[in-house]
Design a protein around this ligand. Structure first.
Ligand code: RB5
Length: 127
């Protein structure tokens, strides 16, 4: 599968974790986010990734900011994009199965009970 991923400066490590996990599975990840030492405004990163997705060629998009809140709100303002901010793996699966989300968002400063990688896996394996 092919993913577009983007992040602001508050979720660089999380973005790398998700990207590494996907690439280890054999997926292709196009990274539009910032790296160490860089800063970005999360609305800009959300819009960039959503427009890239809508241009075609991607299966899913992943967005990360400090909480996941700002970047998911921004993504959902883009016409045609449905972005989930799941609380746990169950919600992540439902985001695809019941809400047909193409994007999933996570927070790099959040202490999750279900790790983002596990939520992403639940999202991807859902029907
Ligand atoms: C950036 O410091 C932070 O506010 C942002 O990443 C995000 O958490 C907003 O929702």
């Amino acid at each position: 599968m092919k993913f577009v991923i983007a992040n602001d400066h508050a979720a660089i490590e999380l973005k790398e974790t998700l990207k590494t996990w996907l690439e280890a599975r054999g997926d292709t990840v196009v990274d539009l986010g910032v790296g160490p030492g860089d800063k970005a405004d999360y609305p800009d990163k959300a819009e960039e990734a959503c427009l890239a997705y809508l241009a075609g060629g991607y299966d899913f998009g992943i967005l990360c900011c400090g909480t996941g809140i700002g970047i998911s709100i921004s993504a959902n303002k883009v016409k045609g994009i449905r972005c989930a901010l799941p609380q746990n793996a169950f919600a992540a699966a439902m985001a695809k199965e019941h809400n047909d989300c193409q994007f999933i968002a996570f927070g790099g400063r959040i202490e999750y009970q279900d790790q983002p990688v596990d939520m992403l896996q639940a999202f991807l394996t859902a029907n």
